[in-house]
Design a protein around this ligand. Sequence first.
Ligand code: ADP
Ligand code: MG
Length: 438
Amino acid sequence: MATPPATIWSDILGQVRLNYPQLARGWFFELQLTKLEDGVLHIGTRNHAQSDYLQQHCRAAFTEAAQAATGRLVSVTIEVEPVQEDHPEAVLSLSGHSDQLLLNPDYTFDNFVTGPCNRLAHAAALAVAEEPGRAYNPFFIHGRVGLGKTHLLQAICHAIRKKRSDTTSHYISCETFINDFIEAVELGGLHRFRYRYRHVDVLVIDDIQFLADRERSQEEFFHTFNTLYQSQRQIILSADCSPSEIPSLEERLISRFNSGLVALLDRPCLETRMAIIHKKAKLRCIEVPEEVIRFVASRIDTNIRSLEGTLVKIDALSQMYSGAITLEIAQEALGADSGRAVKIPSILEAVSKRFDMKVSDLQGKKRSKAVTHPRHVSIFLARQLTSQSLEEIGGYFGGRDHSTVLHASRTIERQADEDPQLRALLDEIASEVKNGAY
Ligand code: ADP
Ligand code: MG
């Protein structure tokens, strides 16, 4: 062939990046074009997570690019290259785990940005990956949607699979556990089910809050937990709330979950959000100017998933205009009406007016109910309407710590669920503040 493979390969990668920007990843450069033989182009990956991603999402894009680059009707094969792994055995021990969820190759420790919002959870996750069954057992991560629970759980699995070829890990969603259990009961496969779940070194279950109201699954999980725990196997769980806040979770499970380390993932502060966009841009091979990063990070105060979604949207728009990413494009992607950022002092003003009290009382130490309720309302609104982390919010309320802020916010959330009048009041104050009345 006239063109040497190295040129073909960079050609192919360039085409994929150009034609399918949403699929491109920085780690594509670690892939290898192992051979081009009998019309088949062999792409070698470093691990199963990468090859699963390529098989599922990128096969057509790579085939199209390969055909354009070679000018021939080639097909594409993706395979794990054992020689590329630090521990070749790790690759072998992975095969045959079809009942596990696929790991996302992007969800590694390298790609996880740390900040005050997640430092404890991250440090503990590293320790657990280093010495499963010893450091913190069970390890329970909780936080709202889109704050990195799944990412951290999978990062632990990646690290264990890479470094500890003799350690078996099982990563599943809680729904899979429940469905497997129901199926085992219905089809008489309980013995197999128990063997499978009770003979792993590391059991990782994502979104364990789905055990709520599932009595029999809770019972089964309790025994699974005990068996694993007693033999010093690692149990790692995530949920969208703390153990005691999972509705109708049996007391004995709550106490088991609390017996290890419970770590919270909080909303990231502005600096961490900027670092995350940086990281995501690098991962997706997108060049984003600093001012755009700052703009997006200051506008998006919901979850990190939406930060990433916005980045992809901005990239797509810039490709459409066939130019570089600019602030104007970012503004367009976010929409002209993406709203002004709400500030905590405006919330304090609005709440103090509603409850006819001084702002300083909202921020102060007085603990009578007449003061604590409006204070909790302010904290709740600060959580809802701003992108500030628990620590930052606590700072506005006399330096209260993150658990106090979380407790206050959840108290109001619960009360509002049962009290339509309170809900209406919260909505009213929120819309006043958002409309700039304060
Ligand atoms: P959850 O499971 O808590 O709902 P995910 O783990 O699915 O959230 O995270 C949502 C998205 O945000 C993912 O793309 C993930 O990579 C990203 N993300 C969350 N936290 C971080 C972080 N600290 N650093 C980098 N990316 C993050
Ligand atoms: Mg998740």
